[in-house]
Write a protein that binds this ligand. Structure first.
Ligand code: 5GP
Ligand code: MN
Length: 345
């Protein structure tokens, strides 16, 4: 049995909305990851089963390794179909905001969602949610939004309506936001939920292969290159990897190719903090990805030095400047956080 994580009143209210609504839009964060797409499509499959007209809209493209997901071809990319998406958003009776905590995280879609007249519900697990929805279901202690979607559907009494396709999407989000159940994954209820998803006929081993083992040769070579350039800071229990636009060009880089790289330095004994700096292909900025093991709060470092945020062990931010400048900022951050980096825990 699952603990009742989501407040009953919120579930009842959403169920009431759903009973009356025809047109529903689901939106998730920019540069959507497995949990953004997984939770959105998980909810999409369920709402489809209730004969709603449902559309998933995300700000921009998601990586190729998520394209096998059932329903992914119907996900609307806002940067390609702005006009159509704006119409759907403005006409929706309900807008479900998934896997983000602030309107700024949906980039160019923020204005349309903010202005929309439809009722809004937030379903998310990031800290400090902004108040922009009528219902805010925010549980930072739950490791994925996909898990929250599963909990919501079940609590509304619709476990039987979850299809194999929906279960595959939910499982994918739970898996990717925990690094294949290697972090934020000690809550035993996660495994109860997995067991329930397996009862829908999903093949979890196959999902793992589709997400993690379908890369190109050039991606693996890029990984080798990036690691060969890695800088380790033994005194700070930290490591830094980076990727410039120029280097991306040399390895036929496509979006998503560096997914997961930031986790690799954490496999070094005694490294508890990893930073990955990558020059963005679209905006003139450096995308900062941070990971930690144990108690080191990379979200604090992200907020203080890289205008970002996120979770204790997985956060990110943006840096406007050169790669060398970004590295210097990181080194200043390491100095400032040295006591925490050296703390046992
Ligand atoms: P990733 O390194 O996979 O891009 O991001 C990991 C986590 O960091 C995300 O799930 C999100 O919570 C957070 N994050 C990433 N980029 C940003 C950012 O620019 N701003 C904020 N506030 N959080 C971010
Ligand atoms: Mn998530």
């Amino acid at each position: 049995m699952l603990t009742k994580v989501i407040e009953q009143a919120k579930i009842d209210r959403f169920a009431r909305w759903m009973g009356h609504a025809e047109r529903i839009v689901i939106v998730a964060h920019v540069a959507p990851d497995g949990d953004a797409i997984g939770s959105s499509l998980g909810l999409w499959h369920f709402l489809n089963s209730q004969d709603k007209t449902v559309n998933v809209i995300v700000p921009n493209a998601f990586p190729d390794f998520l394209r096998w997901m059932p329903g992914s071809k119907d996900v609307l990319l806002y940067d390609h179909y702005k006009e159509f998406a704006d119409k759907l958003i403005s006409e929706a009776e309900i807008i479900c905001c998934l896997d983000f905590n602030a309107l700024s995280r949906i980039d160019a879609m923020a204005d349309a969602v903010k202005a929309a007249k439809g009722k809004k519900i937030l379903i998310d697990h990031h800290l400090y949610p902004e108040e922009f929805c009528d219902i805010t279901i925010s549980h930072p202690n739950i490791s994925s939004t996909s898990e929250l979607v599963f909990r919501l559907i079940c609590r509304m009494g619709y476990f039987n309506e979850i299809t194999k396709a929906g279960a595959e999407c939910i499982y994918t989000g739970m898996m990717t936001d925990t690094g294949g159940f290697t972090y934020n994954s000690n809550n035993r209820e996660i495994y109860f939920i997995i067991s329930e998803l397996l009862s829908k006929g999903i093949d979890k081993d196959d999902i793992y292969r589709k997400v993690y083992n379908t890369y190109s040769e050039s991606r693996l070579r890029l990984m080798g290159y990036v690691l060969s350039q890695m800088k380790v800071y033994p005194d700070y229990h930290a490591a830094l990897i980076s990727l410039t636009r120029n280097e991306q060009g040399r390895f036929d880089y496509i979006r998503g190719d560096s997914e997961g790289f930031v986790n690799i330095p954490l496999s070094i004994k005694d490294v508890v903090f990893s930073c990955f700096l990558r020059e963005d292909t679209e905006k003139p900025m450096i995308k900062v990805s941070l990971r930690s093991v144990g108690t080191f709060p990379c979200n604090q470092l992200a907020a203080e030095f890289f205008n970002g945020g996120g979770h204790l062990n997985a956060s990110g931010g943006e840096f406007y400047g050169t790669m060398d400048e970004a590295k210097k900022v990181l080194e200043r951050a390491l100095e400032k956080f040295k006591p925490l980096l050296n703390a046992k825990g």
